[in-house]
Design a protein around this ligand. Structure first.
Ligand SMILES: *[C@@H]1O[C@H](CO)[C@@H](O)[C@H](O)[C@H]1NC(C)=O
Ligand SMILES: *[C@@H]1O[C@H](CO)[C@@H](O)[C@H](O)[C@H]1NC(C)=O
Ligand SMILES: *[C@@H]1O[C@H](CO)[C@@H](O)[C@H](O)[C@H]1NC(C)=O
Ligand SMILES: *[C@@H]1O[C@H](CO)[C@@H](O)[C@H](O)[C@H]1NC(C)=O
Ligand SMILES: *[C@@H]1O[C@H](CO)[C@@H](O)[C@H](O)[C@H]1NC(C)=O
Ligand SMILES: *[C@@H]1O[C@H](CO)[C@@H](O)[C@H](O)[C@H]1NC(C)=O
Ligand SMILES: *[C@@H]1O[C@H](CO)[C@@H](O)[C@H](O)[C@H]1NC(C)=O
Ligand SMILES: *[C@@H]1O[C@H](CO)[C@@H](O)[C@H](O)[C@H]1NC(C)=O
Ligand SMILES: *[C@@H]1O[C@H](CO)[C@@H](O)[C@H](O)[C@H]1NC(C)=O
Ligand SMILES: *[C@@H]1O[C@H](CO)[C@@H](O)[C@H](O)[C@H]1NC(C)=O
Ligand SMILES: *[C@@H]1O[C@H](CO)[C@@H](O)[C@H](O)[C@H]1NC(C)=O
Ligand SMILES: *[C@@H]1O[C@H](CO)[C@@H](O)[C@H](O)[C@H]1NC(C)=O
Length: 541
């Protein structure tokens, strides 16, 4: 079934209502450097980063690839549910002693001791800034937890001195402390007021410890947190209520950090097409987060810190096989990230953990998951390529017509630089959509032709500073492709593979993918591009 839909734009009115792309940015807001960033589960951090004697160079190669595209190494937030289980044991001879309790989680340990060598993992990646997440769950609830805070602030601050410090975290998803599926760590009376009280008690203690052990990091120019790190906007505790109750009265929350998942791994009705490959669903999820941030902004615009997604991914409870680990999820990553940028989020930390189904990469070999670059990583790469290296980057969502497609205009210094088109119509080439066994006769792959009218384009003018060849605007096309939305391997970005088995995650140009395509902007300022179902195209002006 081939459905070529041509949106040919006849009048300026129609253009305005549908596929107008301004050549200069109008209302977008600038994103931060390192927009493509990661969050790493506290208990998995030694796996991802390694230690002094065994640095994880595969992970570092994957982070370097992003730096190559954006000019900045991703920022790394170390935290997650397991940060609130971690206690310190000074005589533990290795980084982490984790004990699993299948009743609480099959995916990560819920009884955790860390030793001094845990902090070696902050040494292994060059040019990376880190956020270390301290334990509030047990920290303000048990004496061993409180002692852990006193013991580990000096270790963490020493590990992050010398240019590696990003921000601190204190408590992961405190909005879920009294209701967590993995076991509550607070009584039902837990509310925003008790949270704020405990936050002040802990953070003021941390500040005093920093003054004593790492005075540089206690200085106002460095000292700060990402918070409240809520699990979502629909939970019992509300971020704006904590804010109103004085959470940021010490003015040390430098980034408003919120967490987001589109749905759950085992939530009934979740499918690749209707949940992840559906722009309406992604937009709704981010819009709800933007609305909560707007409430905080309205309390006091002068002191509200900028918003980021400090932890996010597709489906909570570590993702679902056949959805979160497919090429379809890579397309979702691009849509989620660019839409977040268009709604004012300054940075996005995609959450990672060992054996997690939604992970961008598996950092070590385990008996559950092979070491390797996973499909979502290609979404991180495509996002990084779309944003590019430029200093001032803004993203505007271009409204399209259907749920299963999305487009974004990217501006550098206010001038149109790229257009991203994501065709999220599902396409399977394997039996049962499992990504394993190829269908003997796959269906014909559909393709959609998109036409964008560049508003503000003047005949003969140069759309932007990058390209003006022989009076004609040539536009370079780069593609994010795989055999289908169900593919779990064989994915490429502009013909590059970053797979572990090729060169440990360093880029390798594939011989079987067409690259180097170009199209022209016509005399009326229109540019046309065909995009196959389950793929994305980047137009580079
Ligand atoms: C283009 O700019 C106009 C005028 O500022 C605005 O109304 C319109 O929404 C913009 N279109 C896009 C796609 O950003
Ligand atoms: C701390 O580590 C030591 C050395 O491995 C071990 O003997 C001790 O049991 C640990 N303590 C706890 C509370 O796990
Ligand atoms: C460093 O990592 C290696 C490999 O995982 C491990 O065998 C070793 O015990 C670690 N060293 C410390 C001090 O934790
Ligand atoms: C690891 O933790 C478990 C559970 O608390 C404990 O029984 C065991 O002794 C610990 N091992 C070490 C080496 O500390
Ligand atoms: C802060 O919390 C700790 C641990 O719960 C507690 O021991 C301490 O007394 C508290 N500080 C104040 C000022 O109440
Ligand atoms: C810690 O929280 C748990 C769960 O609400 C509660 O049962 C326990 O009594 C608390 N412990 C302390 C010391 O407050
Ligand atoms: C939290 O609960 C306490 C005790 O019931 C109450 O005094 C306080 O007003 C509550 N705070 C909020 C923000 O609802
Ligand atoms: C996409 O999501 C919207 C909103 O939930 C829904 O109405 C629509 O049917 C979905 N479309 C597809 C193709 O799943
Ligand atoms: C898988 O590896 C874990 C951690 O090394 C180990 O505890 C577990 O027993 C292994 N499971 C199997 C089935 O080999
Ligand atoms: C792909 O396969 C999955 C799993 O069988 C199925 O749910 C989905 O509808 C298929 N998608 C398409 C576009 O055929
Ligand atoms: C993708 O499709 C091509 C052509 O049918 C096939 O040769 C290749 O093995 C497929 N790749 C994967 C990873 O299945
Ligand atoms: C191209 O080659 C790679 C690596 O051998 C493979 O995984 C992929 O499926 C191939 N793609 C196509 C379209 O044949």
């Amino acid at each position: 079934m081939k459905h070529t839909i041509i949106f040919f734009l006849l009048t300026r009115e129609l253009v305005k209502s549908q596929f107008l792309v301004n050549t200069t940015a109008t209302s977008a807001s600038e994103i931060f450097d390192g927009f493509v960033s990661f969050s790493i589960e506290f208990s998995s951090f030694p796996d991802f980063a390694g230690n002094n004697s065994h640095p994880n160079t595969f992970s570092d190669n994957l982070l370097e690839n992003i730096k190559h595209l954006t000019g900045t190494k991703p920022y790394i937030r170390v935290g997650g549910n397991t940060q609130d289980y971690a206690l310190y044991n000074a005589s533990l001879p290795y980084a982490l002693n984790g004990t699993f309790d299948p009743k609480r989680s099959l995916d990560y340990p819920t009884t955790i001791y860390i030793g001094p060598s845990y902090f070696e993992s902050y040494n292994t990646w060059k040019d990376v800034k880190f956020s270390h997440g301290f334990n509030l769950g047990l920290g303000a609830n048990t004496s061993a937890g409180w002692q852990t805070l006193l013991d580990t602030v000096p270790l963490a601050c020493k590990a992050l001195s010398g240019g590696k410090f990003y921000l601190w975290g204190y408590g992961n998803e405190p909005d879920l402390f009294s209701t967590a599926a993995q076991g509550p760590v607070r009584p039902p009376s837990w509310n925003e007021s008790t949270y704020v009280w405990q936050w002040h008690n802990g953070t003021r203690t941390m500040h005093a410890l920093l003054q004593q052990h790492c005075p540089d990091l206690a200085h106002e120019s460095q000292y700060g947190y990402m918070a409240p790190s809520h699990g979502g906007v629909g939970n019992r505790l509300k971020a704006h209520v904590s804010w109103a109750a004085g959470l940021n009265n010490d003015r040390n929350i430098k980034l408003y950090s919120t967490h987001n998942y589109i749905s759950g791994a085992t939530t009934p009705g979740v499918t690749l097409q209707s949940t992840l490959l559906n722009h309406t669903v992604t937009a709704r999820s981010i819009n709800a987060q933007a609305a909560e941030y707007a409430r905080i902004l309205s309390l006091d615009p002068a002191t509200a810190p900028p918003p980021i997604f400090g932890e996010t991914n597709s489906l909570y409870n570590q993702g679902r096989p056949g959805l979160s680990n497919t090429f379809g999820a890579a397309l979702w990553v691009v849509d989620f990230n660019l839409y977040a940028a268009s709604k004012g989020f300054k940075r996005v930390h995609m959450h990672q953990g060992t054996n997690y189904r939604y992970a961008s990469w598996q950092p070590i070999e385990t008996n559950i998951t092979n070491i390797g670059t996973k499909p979502p990583y290609y979404g991180n790469i495509a996002t990084a390529a779309a944003l590019g290296k430029h200093g001032n980057v803004e993203v505007v969502a271009v409204p399209l017509r259907y749920h299963r497609e999305a487009a974004y205009a990217v501006y550098h210094d206010g001038i149109l630089s790229r257009v991203v088109v994501i065709n999220m119509r599902g396409y399977n080439t394997t039996i049962g959509g499992e990504g394993l066994i190829a269908l003997p006769n796959p269906p014909k792959r559909g393709s959609v032709e998109y036409v964008f009218q560049l508003a503000g384009f003047e005949r003969g003018s140069s759309v932007n500073v990058n390209v003006a060849v022989g009076g004609k605007q040539k536009v370079k096309i780069q593609r994010l492709t795989a055999n289908g939305s169900d593919a779990i391997t064989g994915i490429s970005w502009d013909g590059w593979s970053y797979n572990y088995e090729l060169d440990e995650g360093r880029p390798v140009k594939l011989g079987n993918v067409t690259t180097g395509e170009e199209v022209e902007v016509d005399g009326e300022g229109r540019v046309k591009v065909g995009v196959e179902d389950s793929s994305a195209a980047l137009l580079v002006f």
